[in-house]
Write a protein that binds this ligand. Structure first.
Ligand code: NDP
Length: 285
């Protein structure tokens, strides 16, 4: 039985946020982050509120645009064009998902690549894939931070990434490759997932399937990063958040694991603010 270390994402994010605050205090002007929310999605409203709160707490400027669900693609693109041209805005984030009728790829393509603090623009995705400097998606960046903090040098380790989305799985795999891991990417068409994951020294689960990864899918001593955020029914009429990994089963098997909540989640916003400062610095350079 392994004594599993539970990785504290809140503490790690607090230290990233402290670094961001210290850096911002020394800048000529506060970096600005603009967040656009289209429609009334309740989860998105909570995310946007939290982002604005943290942005201000770290000394950055926060610009928030709440647009009605009926906003047209042209209206949204006009807002982005105005923010691209605004010298006080260093980072632009369009909260996803967008309401039906709007084309997210078309919207993301119009964000100035130097202000693309979510790292979703194809130019930034291409830079990451080709090992060039660019803005990197926040959640995988947060996962890499936690892995480095837990394991130190990642070189030569076998990492398995479950999930191949453009916002988590693919950039995660690219970052691990950049850190000299041997990387396997698995997805919904992969055969015998447990056999694949059991070969992982590092396992990153980003599938959006509650507790899909069971304890016996994990190699003893492996480091497990659980990106999943799944709300499932719990008790009478209640609900609870769980990850993509069966946490209780992983305890005693994994060497280290991130909990849900309190693991990867807090890192995402910390990396968003770090990216905004990086975007500010790159624009001045
Ligand atoms: P997507 O739905 O875009 O992608 C899910 C991926 O998982 C796909 O590549 C899919 O494969 C794969 N998959 C789905 N079902 C299975 C299965 N049964 N077996 C193997 N692979 C499977 O999700 P995201 O990448 O956007 O998000 C993943 C999870 O991470 C979600 O729970 C989301 O809420 C969470 N998340 C958390 C964040 C945080 O801040 N902590 C930020 C972003 C996401 P295929 O490509 O073949 O369809």
């Amino acid at each position: 039985m392994t004594a599993t270390r539970v990785i504290d994402g809140k503490a790690a994010s607090a230290s990233v946020l402290a670094e961001v605050s210290a850096k911002v205090a020394g800048l000529a002007r506060p970096p600005g982050l603009a967040v656009i929310l289209v429609g009334e999605d309740p989860a998105s409203q909570v995310y946007v509120r939290n982002k604005a709160r943290q942005t201000l707490a770290c000394g950055l400027r926060s610009f928030e645009y709440r647009l009605p669900a009926a906003t047209s693609q042209a209206e949204l693109l006009a807002r982005i064009a105005a923010l691209n041209a605004d010298p006080a805005v260093d980072g632009i984030l369009v909260q996803l998902p967008l309401p039906p009728g709007l084309d997210p790829a078309g919207v993301l393509a119009e964000i100035d690549r130097g202000k693309d603090v979510d790292g979703f623009h194809v130019v930034n995705a291409g830079r990451l894939a080709t090992g060039q400097r660019g803005l990197v998606p926040c959640t995988p960046l947060g996962c890499l931070y936690l892995l480095r903090q837990t394991l130190g040098n990642l070189s030569g380790r076998h990492a398995v990434v479950l999930g191949r989305s453009n916002i988590v799985g693919k950039p995660m795999a690219q970052l691990l490759l950049g850190a000299d891991c041997t990387v396997t990417i698995a997805h919904s068409r992969s055969r015998d997932l447990p056999a694949i994951t059991r070969g992982a020294e590092i396992l990153v689960a980003a599938v959006g399937r509650p507790e899909m990864v069971r304890g016996d899918w994990i190699a003893p001593g492996a480091t497990v990063i659980d990106v999943g955020i799944n709300r499932i029914p719990h008790g009478e009429g209640g609900s609870v958040l769980v990850g993509d990994v069966a946490f209780a089963e992983a305890l005693g098997v994994a060497g280290a694991i991130t909990p849900v909540p309190g693991g990867v989640g807090p890192m995402t916003i910390a990396m968003l603010l770090a990216n905004t400062v990086a975007a500010y610095e790159a624009r001045l350079a």
